[in-house]
Design a protein around this ligand. Structure first.
Ligand SMILES: Cc1ncc(COP(=O)(O)O)c(C=O)c1O
Length: 440
């Protein structure tokens, strides 16, 4: 679905940051970036919440709806067959993008559903569902699930609920005073009782890239499964689930130039084969009687009901777009923004950048607290200048609590942002401080 216009932008073999000319050209693909807010050109720095969509993605969704729309894996007519083909091609596209096989990708509504899918499949296995094949997935009292204090609620609450349903214990890797994971404590927490370790690749608040290899090694040493929350990494960094050796990974389509309503779960083939389903109903069965049902192999076993085909097709177009620009180049472009944001904001008197003292690589995202000014007021002031940022706890209350605050302001960049936009938010924060202090 990539267009020749995209190809102009790219030099995929290179890993140098995008040039100003390339970003200018690429921005033309995103109609929403022409929006004017309160008389100012929109400065969109909220891609960590949801990213904007290029024409190629909008066109793919529309094209599907206008020429191919049909339910997939059902029906013998031409449209149904063609819709099924593009649906399965999209699965292959996602698989290639993250280094998996296509049979290892399950479509979900978002990353939250993908994590819940794993948690509910394990609790169903713990109830005896899935028979002998699922024996290895069962959790019992005394077993432990490990997650971290840094997680988005989507990668915390499903594990709290799984622990409550199975009698397992949830243990949490704490953060140090800067907000980094205490790997020394992790090494003690992850032990013989640990059955599963779930953590985020990139923090949606701190922007740091966690040391996945070390945590995977700790988990696998004791035979525990690893669930990687790749929501904030897959859109911004080259991602290879095989190289990282994780057992599951979750993605959210709307954070990687795709539409809302589609996410994906990666699961090692053997694990998906062993797992009982989460949602049940049509499209995931072979034989059904009034008393029981036999299920299809993965991935269909986990895709009950009519599927979100147009969103899946549009997500594949988004991945084609990202691939055409080049993930290493996107990563380099944003790493420069990450450093600029942290340095520029930290230099302002009264601003505390969360995680600034952590010596880990980071993506182009930074959250900060402004002394004496609520994040909602900072956000409102920036919005008056056309600058869109996220305010609040960013679905990470434990992390904020650990850092002694209840909310923060977050600026998050993507491939379409410019250095001038990064400087605009830094300048805007100084403006907010001047404005509120003057008024105080
Ligand atoms: C790190 C992380 N995990 C999980 C999620 C949940 O994604 P979704 O709401 O698309 O399910 C988000 C979204 O903000 C996130 O940033």
């Amino acid at each position: 679905m990539s267009t020749s216009r995209e190809a102009d932008v790219v030099a995929p073999s290179s890993d140098s940051p995008l040039t100003d000319a390339e970003v200018r050209r690429l921005r033309e693909d995103f109609p929403i970036l022409q929006t004017v807010v309160h008389g100012h050109p929109l400065v969109y720095l909220d891609s960590g919440a949801t990213s904007q969509r290029p024409l190629a993605v909008l066109d793919a969704e529309r094209e599907f709806a206008t020429s191919l729309n049909a339910a997939v894996h059902r029906g013998a007519h031409t449209l149904a067959a063609e819709a099924t083909e593009v649906f399965e091609d999209a699965r292959a596209t996602v698989a290639r993008f993250i280094g998996a096989d296509e049979g290892e990708i399950v479509w979900t509504s978002n990353a939250t559903e993908a994590i819940n899918l794993v948690a509910y499949a394990i609790s169903n296995a713990s109830l005896g569902r899935g028979g002998a094949a699922a024996e290895g997935l069962r959790l019992r009292e005394g077993d432990e699930i490990v997650t971290t204090e840094m997680e988005h609620h989507a990668n915390l609450i499903p594990w709290q609920e799984l622990a409550a349903r199975t009698g397992a214990t949830l243990r949490v890797i704490p953060l140090d005073d800067h907000g980094a994971l205490r790997l020394d404590v992790a090494a003690e927490l992850i032990g013989e009782r640990t059955r599963l370790v779930a953590f985020t690749h990139v923090s949606n608040v701190l922007g740091i890239i966690n040391p996945v290899e070390q945590l995977v090694a700790m988990a696998h040493r004791v035979g525990a499964l690893v669930v990687l929350d790749a929501c904030q990494s897959a859109p911004h960094l080259p991602l290879d689930v095989r190289a990282l050796d994780v057992d599951f990974a979750v993605l959210s389509g709307h954070k990687m130039l795709g539409p809302t309503g589609v996410g994906a779960l990666y699961g090692r083939r053997a694990l998906l084969e062993a797992m009982p389903p989460f949602l049940t109903g049509g499209s995931m069965i072979t034989t059904v009687t009034t008393t029981e049902a036999e299920y299809l192999p993965p991935p269909q076993r986990f895709e009950a009901g009519t599927q979100r085909v147009s969103q899946v097709v549009a997500l594949a177009a988004a991945i084609d777009y990202l691939t055409a620009v080049g993930m290493p180049r996107i990563a380099a472009h944003e790493a420069a923004f990450g450093a600029r944001l942290v340095d520029g904001l930290a230099a302002i008197d009264g601003v505390r950048v969360l995680g600034a003292g952590i010596e880990l690589p980071r993506v182009g995202l930074a959250s900060f607290d402004v002394d004496g000014i609520h994040s909602h007021d900072v956000g409102q002031f920036l919005d008056d200048r056309g600058i869109a940022v996220r305010v609040g706890h960013h679905c990470a209350q434990p992390l904020h609590r650990r850092l002694g605050i209840t909310s923060s302001t977050r600026a998050s960049t993507y491939l379409y942002n410019t250095e001038a936009e990064v400087d605009a938010v830094i300048d805007g924060v100084q403006g907010a401080i001047d404005f509120f202090r003057r008024g105080a």
